[in-house]
Design a protein around this ligand. Structure first.
Ligand SMILES: *Cc1c(COP(=O)(O)O)cnc(C)c1O
Length: 393
């Protein structure tokens, strides 16, 4: 089955749902059993064999299974676990791989709240984090310690857009018995499958492109056989459960992901190319551009680009970026991305870097290119740059 067909059909069981196309929302905590024998059968299937079978609401319902099975098919995973946000997917995946006394390696380009989790929470449980230059590749060998159990990649970084050499990193990590996590939110499983590149766990902030409409928080953790027991144990022990309505919105969004992403890519490419031609712009950070330093790796490992990109200027100031952002018509100011609409926010990635200094002049801007007509988006940015220039003087 091709990817675009999987997006439509994977995980649906119309027989299970009496012919209904989209799996309905199963609201339920208690599941009742006919007798003790039936309860034992269910307990054995769910607790021992990890089968998808009704046992208790927290253990999942058909609404959850549909999304889990669809994501596993797309990511090429043994299973996919659901969490109530993208950040919790990152933190719980890490928790599922570590114990006190361990050391982990995390990319310096990581999503900032993931970094905050390592620095202010994980550290208090005796797990040490070292940040690495996202361009490290096989050079990560020099950073591995005897107690390194995990490498956490995010490719590309969601503010700085470096593409990482996941196959090279995974080769080194596996030789030392460490697992590899990739936060794959930017590409979604349609444009990159980290498990096929050697990662053990692929994370989606499904809040972004999978939900796709900026109206629910959701995370997915796709795992291979090696990573499954640890991560499943962490989620079960902590008691993570996703609301069935949100799982439903995830599946509903997923079914149109393919057409949406292709349009995001086409629009982003047009806007990125236009931005590159502007005299104010020092660099457009978008791996699909042939001039991007990550372009060769992107071409090797990805089959497309999504709609999120960065822009850094030759000269900049907070006032100039503020003047640009405050007058936009179609680009709204807001966090997150992956919905149908265009977004803009300031970008100052240097603040949190520790392994490799960020050298572009800040602030820059980060744009999410939505599904609007690019003529309107470019006109909006053109007027924004006029305000930027005026404020810069
Ligand atoms: C947004 C984001 C997250 C967190 O997702 P939430 O659903 O907002 O918690 C994690 N990783 C990356 C790369 C993100 O962009």
């Amino acid at each position: 089955m091709k990817k675009d067909t999987k997006v439509i059909h994977a995980g649906t069981d119309k027989k299970r749902n009496g012919g209904v196309v989209n799996t309905p929302v199963y609201h339920g905590s208690t599941v009742v059993f006919e007798n003790m024998a039936a309860l034992h059968v269910a307990a054995d299937k769910v607790l021992k064999k990890r089968e998808k079978y009704l046992f208790y609401g927290r253990r999942g319902t058909p609404t959850h299974w549909t999304l889990q099975e669809a994501m596993s098919a797309l990511e090429g995973a043994a299973d996919t676990l659901l969490t109530p946000s993208g950040l919790s997917a990152c933190t719980l995946a890490i928790l599922g791989c570590v114990k006190a006394g361990d050391h982990i390696l995390v990319t310096d380009s990581v999503y900032e709240p993931t970094r905050a989790f390592c620095d202010t929470f994980l550290n208090t449980f005796g797990v040490e984090t070292t940040y690495y230059d996202p361009a490290v590749g096989g050079g990560i060998a020099a950073l591995m310690k005897p107690n390194t159990v995990l490498v956490f990649c995010e490719s590309p970084g969601s503010h700085t857009f470096e593409i990482q050499d996941i196959p090279a990193i995974a080769k080194v990590a596996h030789a030392k018995g460490a697992l590899v996590i990739a936060d794959n939110t930017w590409a979604s499983p349609l444009f990159c499958q980290p498990l096929k590149l050697g990662a053990d766990i692929s994370i989606q902030a499904a809040t972004k492109y999978i939900v796709g409409h900026s109206d629910a928080l959701l995370g997915t953790i796709a795992v291979n056989e090696a990573a499954l027991p640890g991560v499943a144990k962490a989620l079960a022990a902590i008691g993570i459960a996703v609301a069935p309505d949100d799982a439903y919105l995830g599946t509903r969004g997923l079914r149109t992901l393919s057409v949406r992403l292709k349009q995001h890519e086409q629009n982003a490419m047009k806007v990125a190319t236009w931005l590159q031609s502007r005299p104010e712009v020092a660099r457009v950070l978008f791996p699909a551009l042939p001039s991007d330093p990550g372009h060769a790796l992107w071409k090797r490992d990805f089959s497309g680009a999504s709609g999120l990109l960065g822009v850094f200027f030759k000269r900049t100031s907070t006032e100039a970026v503020t003047a640009m952002i405050d007058g936009m018509t179609y680009f709204s100011l807001g966090y997150s991305w992956g919905g149908f609409e265009s977004l803009i926010c300031p970008s100052n990635p240097g603040k949190s870097r520790t392994a490799k200094a960020w050298t572009e002049a800040a602030p820059g801007i980060r744009l999410h290119i939505g599904l609007e007509d690019t003529d309107d988006l470019i006109a909006d940015l053109d007027e924004g740059l006029a305000r930027f220039n005026k404020a810069l003087g």
